[in-house]
Design a protein around this ligand. Sequence first.
Ligand code: KIV
Length: 304
Amino acid sequence: MARDKLDKVTASSLRTRKLGGRLVGDRIVAITAYDASFARLLDAAQVDVLMIGDSLGMVVQGLENTLAVTLEDVIYHTRAVVRGSSRALVVADLPFMSYQVSPEQALQSAGRLVKEGGAHAVKLEGGRSVCAAVTRMVDAGIPVMGHLGLTPQSVHVFGGFKVQARDEAARDRLLADARALERAGVFSLVLEAVPRAVAQWVTESVSVPTIGIGAGPECDGQVLVCYDLLGLFQGFVPRFVKRYAELGESVTAAVRNYVAEVRAGQFPEDRHSFADAPRAEGESPDEARYASGPSQASGPKGRA
Ligand code: KIV
């Protein structure tokens, strides 16, 4: 099937890409997104899943970890991503302390992500301790994605962002959690920062697709934080990140040019400036609007 004819991705279409314990067809591609402009670009690249991760706390808000991100923050960013996307499944994170208190709290928070944010599904961190919440949300009609391994909301328990499930007991706990989430009704499962062999073992043991981040190539899909993949985040680069571009460097170089040209009086040129009266011919409706709109008459304010 031609790539531009791909159907809209849904939680159930994603779930059924794994049949009889094996992925059928292409691996699942997920990426984080936080605003409409990026969502449009990423959706055009035909990713399957756009995740409004609480990683927004680190890459957008400049925080050290994800713990201070609020439900309102995620709703705000989810709305923007939904507006910018058309094909991808939009999955919004339940932030720290928006679901841990009780299954009812989880349902209320997830309901707001769907109702106010427009999310198609929600994601939460944790294993057996969140299964009652998962079932409550799924029973209410909200598709849920799980997240195991390095669950960043537990950073203080782990003592840092460290690879998980490295000993036998932890591996067994991880598999038991994955199976419990599967029974509770998740449609998919993120595995973060666990050894490749462990991720493979879990992937082969559950019927729902696994989506890895720092979990090796045997997972049914992959997710990366878009700022990491595009080279926009200048902080620590984890080993599992591949930078497909260095947009951070391009941004600084472009803005250096702008700074130099403004300082030298080289920008704006005549072609970036408005005439007193609309140019009679060859002027687009936009140009005319910008030239004669109230914002021009009353000073340099808006774009419209
Ligand atoms: O917060 C986040 O961005 C995530 C994804 C990377 C899975 O949880």
